[in-house]
Design a protein around this ligand. Structure first.
Ligand SMILES: Nc1ncnc2c1ncn2[C@@H]1O[C@H](COP(=O)(O)OP(=O)(O)O)[C@@H](O)[C@H]1O
Ligand SMILES: [Mg+2]
Length: 220
């Protein structure tokens, strides 16, 4: 579902990723870990086309993305839901509208849109918060809204960047349970985190980065 072959990414004269090769199979839920600055965020950005590789080949959902141009780019982006580290919720819109936005942009009719938004909010256990504004929610709740927004369009792939960066350990465990639940429904999930607690005892593959190098993987 996601394949990197010898991928290198430079920022000016800094090499953020060096000849990275790995694959994530359809239906997997896996982690990428490493200290701050090891290249985790860059790796996710290459998958959702926020950055382009300097060398190597990346395939996502059957698309060789180095070759994607023009109209194909939004089509690929629809296959990928992203949970950003800083949530990126709109504070002047309520929870319902935050989650609904991507579907509205696509012109989905109100009735289907409403059922999709409430389904997503149910999965993250926040249906009762539909009318709240993000400011009124805890960090963990905001994180779950960001997850609901990422899954509402039922993307094949979900990427999450430090999804528990701003929440306490109990909340983190709940968020990982939510991702497992979404994974059981069929989505392929890749989670970047520096926090080893997050994947301990999950039985999932963990890919390790160190200063831009792929330094191995384990199943924890
Ligand atoms: N836009 C950018 N411009 C220049 N350097 C960057 C940029 N983004 C990241 N870097 C550098 O690339 C390296 C990897 O960063 P990043 O992918 O954010 O790592 P991580 O998510 O593991 O902390 C770091 O040294 C960082 O400073
Ligand atoms: Mg990062």
């Amino acid at each position: 579902m996601i394949n990197f072959q010898e991928v290198t990414k430079h920022y000016h004269n800094h090499t953020a990723l060096r000849k990275i090769t790995f694959s994530i199979e359809k239906g997997e839920m896996a982690f990428v870990t490493g200290l701050s600055g090891s290249g985790k965020t860059t790796l996710l950005k290459l998958i959702y086309l926020a950055e382009r590789p300097d060398e190597g080949t990346i395939t996502v959902a059957g698309w060789e993305i180095n070759k994607l141009r023009g109209k194909s780019i939004p089509i690929l982006r629809r296959s990928v839901g992203v949970v950003f580290q800083d949530f990126r919720l709109l504070n002047n819109r309520n929870v319902y509208d935050n989650v609904a936005l991507a579907l509205r942009i696509r012109g989905m009719k109100d009735r289907e849109l409403k059922s999709r938004v409430f389904d997503s909010l149910k999965i993250v256990n926040l249906r009762h918060r539909a009318d709240s504004y993000p400011d009124a929610l805890s960090g963990g709740e905001q994180q779950r809204i960001a997850i609901a927004r990422a899954i509402v369009s039922e993307p094949a792939i979900i990427l999450a960047d430090e999804p528990t960066g701003n929440v306490d350990p109990d909340t983190s465990a709940g968020i990982i349970r939510t991702f497992k639940d979404i994974n059981t429904r069929g989505a392929t999930i890749l989670i970047a985190t520096h926090n080893r607690e997050l994947f301990r005892n999950t039985g999932r593959r963990v890919l390790k980065l160190d200063k831009g190098n792929f330094v191995g993987e384990e199943t924890v």
